[in-house]
Ligand binder design. Sequence first.
Ligand SMILES: O=P(O)(O)O[C@H]1O[C@H](CO)[C@@H](O)[C@H]1O
Ligand SMILES: Nc1nc2[nH]cnc2c(=O)[nH]1
Length: 285
Amino acid sequence: MAAPCTVTMEMITEATDFVRARYSEQPEIGIVCGSGLGELADSVEEPAVRIRYGDIPHFAQSTVHGHSGVLVLGRLAGRRVCVMQGRLHPYEGLTYLQCSFPMRVMAKLGVSVVILTNAAGSLRPEFQPGDIMTIRDHINFPGFSGRSPLQGLSPEVFGDRFVPMNNAYDKKLRDKVAAAAAASGVSLRTGVYAMLGGPHFETPAECRMLRSLGADVVGMSTVHETIVARQCKVRVIGFSIITNVVVTDSDSELDQTGVHLEVLKASKLAANRLQSIIAHTIDQL
Ligand SMILES: O=P(O)(O)O[C@H]1O[C@H](CO)[C@@H](O)[C@H]1O
Ligand SMILES: Nc1nc2[nH]cnc2c(=O)[nH]1
């Protein structure tokens, strides 16, 4: 299928109707599972409906190892949820419009809060693999080169073109997450997520630059989902699982082949703790 160069309300309605025909209840909370975090979707309680992205009109299918590409609907901690078991990344050759299309469908299904999770590399020595960080803010590097998931979309159809990005990661929700983490006995970091396009990892010089610009962790996702969620008036909670510490020494000869497998392994180890924070947070919403 050729990549569509735009998104229309008809496409969103078609995808939403397809999902509603299989799950008639209205989900309240959306969850996006990052690399290696797909098992979050396995805790969705019966009767869970599972739909392969490729079967949903206008959805692209995930192609990344650790992202199964299944939409799971059901209950989690007593609330109705719509979980993306795996996400879509621009480096898969998809447009920003395609990658953020599921977010528009979740909003249309009725989701009012979305929990975005990702695996990320640490730019700070004290943020170690296995740590969980709430995203306080982001730096959108693809945005600096003129890429936006809102590009070309008519404000008459999609609402606000000039979407504010302060408080994108809702402070009141972050406070609830902090309380939920304390209640579940899980320690939590907080920081700034930098999105780069990937799929290659960063050079040491780039990592030093990112740190000096105020980023705490780096990844290749999430930001386009946040922007679209905010346009759709969906409130956002963001979590990064620290899966690796980036290399900042340009003379380092460390062999970094296979980092993605390391990423998947580290995020799987943190999945239970993240799940516990998410369940406690959902309980407070
Ligand atoms: O952001 P998620 O989807 O968790 O995936 C992260 O892990 C992959 C690299 O290992 C990249 O896709 C990066 O963005
Ligand atoms: N760009 C980027 N994405 C990641 N995802 C997990 N770790 C990393 C990393 O070090 N860099």
